[in-house]
Design a protein around this ligand. Structure first.
Ligand code: HGY
Ligand code: MN
Ligand code: MN
Length: 443
């Protein structure tokens, strides 16, 4: 069931009639509509954050636990202090910026996202949610607004590596994930220590159900629908589950000149057929499921040697775990047939970074869409094809997520972009939702 605001329907009609207004920042009547965020300050801080790990060709490589990540974390912690937050790093490396409420008996409202990036990523994935969350805290401080609940701005570490910080917060960060080597070159355990955590005390980072009043995450859509349809806000219904495998294909290295074509155990040939098979299996069903082979390397990697071994990968995503695993079984069967044809063997190793599909809390979704309506912003309910820390947080607290448009739907790329107005719209909706929840909207 997809709910859209009346305004979005008007916009959709206007778009069809070609009278589409570009998305600008809705201006309510005046301060009586409550405090508003500072769009220029948000944009300036996003640009400052983009300096940490900046790539000469644009975008950023601020991979978790790298020097750039550590410097970026120090920068956002300085902003959190400027916003009047009490800042600490928990044993999992989560940065927590806390502001007390008037009623100490109430559990905190948490909101935030991540600032680590994929290699050669963009300047908005995660960053918008963190900078906007800090902006909300700063606006509350500047307007002298005291909330009843304590509030906590959270910066989760290593979201791109498998939702590490939120995984630890729900007590699901296991040994497999800790010992895995990350893009930074450090194991996850070493990385958590490098950013000020203590992997031997992860239990102290855990939050139990009931300990958090609500969690919200503002994020760029990373897809094209908001931008294409001219809608300001996406109200997330659910977040896909994700499973990752390392795949090793063993053949036999041999002389490229003297080995007849019919006598080869060519691991790279098998890999080529495997990549094609993944695409055929995943596209053979209707639906939103996706399957990706994101990485491949052949050994020994010489012109004149038949590849004896290939290391590659597999990722499958869907809102249903059953769909993910039924697709995997079909891919595994196709790989067995390819192994037979090419005289190779396939090994699939499931990584300990899977994320469970999550449904967003109905009441929190209503708070977010009401806030968008009150601000005169168009919104639409939608699923998330990207994984997010919110899908972990949904297991311990009423959780909601809102999107702002990504230009041309581009993400995980230096070409990722979201306008100042769209970032401010999202931050205003986040601020208003936070105040509504604090006033008892979920009680
Ligand atoms: O991969 C994802 O879906 C997210 O950007 N970590
Ligand atoms: Mn993200
Ligand atoms: Mn990402």
């Amino acid at each position: 069931m997809v709910r859209i605001s009346i305004r979005a329907a008007h916009i959709a009609c206007a778009a069809m009639l070609g009278t589409m207004a570009t998305s600008a920042r809705a201006q309510p009547a005046g301060e009586s509509d409550g405090p508003r965020v500072d769009a220029d300050r948000i944009e300036a801080r996003i640009l400052s954050l983009s300096e940490f790990g900046r790539n000469p060709e644009g975008g950023v490589s601020r991979v978790a636990f790298s020097e750039a990540d550590i410097e970026g974390r120090a920068y956002v912690m300085s902003l959190m202090r400027e916003a009047g937050l009490e800042v600490r790093v928990d044993p999992a490396g989560n940065i927590i910026g806390r502001r007390e409420g008037t009623d100490a008996s109430l559990p905190p409202i948490l909101f935030g996202s991540h600032i680590d990036s994929v290699p050669f990523g963009g300047n908005y994935d995660g960053d918008v949610g963190v900078i906007a969350a800090i902006e909300c805290a700063q606006v509350l401080q500047e307007h002298g607004i005291q909330t009843r609940h304590p509030i906590e701005v959270v910066v989760f570490p290593d979201e791109e590596g498998g939702l590490t910080g939120s995984r630890a917060m729900i007590g699901k960060l296991g040994e497999g994930a800790l010992s895995e080597r990350t893009h930074s070159g450090l194991t996850r355990r070493e990385g958590i220590r490098a950013i000020g955590g203590d992997p031997d005390r992860l239990a102290e980072a855990e939050r139990a159900p009931g300990q958090i009043a609500a969690f919200m995450e503002l994020h760029i859509e990373q897809g094209a629908s908001l931008d294409e349809d001219g809608v300001d806000i996406g109200v997330v219904e659910g977040i896909v589950g994700i499973e990752w495998w390392d795949v090793t294909i063993e053949g036999a290295a041999n002389h490229a000149g003297t080995t007849p074509m019919g006598s080869r155990n060519d691991a790279l040939l098998a890999a080529a057929r495997y990549v094609q098979a993944v695409n055929e299996v995943v596209t053979s069903e209707p639906g939103r499921q996706v399957g990706t082979v994101g990485r491949i390397s052949a050994e020994p990697g010489a012109h004149n040697v038949i590849p004896g071994r290939v290391h590659t990968s597999l990722e499958i995503r869907d809102l249903s775990r059953e769909v993910i695993w039924s697709l995997f079984e079909r891919i595994e069967a196709r790989a067995a047939a390819i192994a037979e044809e090419t005289g190779t063997t396939f090994t699939f190793t499931l990584l300990d970074v899977s994320s469970i599909p999550a449904t967003m809390n109905e009441a929190v979704r209503g708070v977010i869409s009401d806030a968008a309506d009150a601000l005169g912003l168009s919104w639409v309910s939608m699923p998330s094809g990207a994984g997010h820390d919110a899908q972990d947080m949904a297991r311990i607290a009423p959780t909601g997520m809102l999107f702002v448009p990504s230009r041309d739907g581009i993400s995980h790329s230096p070409r990722e972009f979201t306008t100042k107005e769209d970032m401010a719209n999202g931050a205003d909706v986040l601020l208003r939702s936070l105040l509504a929840i604090d006033a008892g909207a979920l009680e």
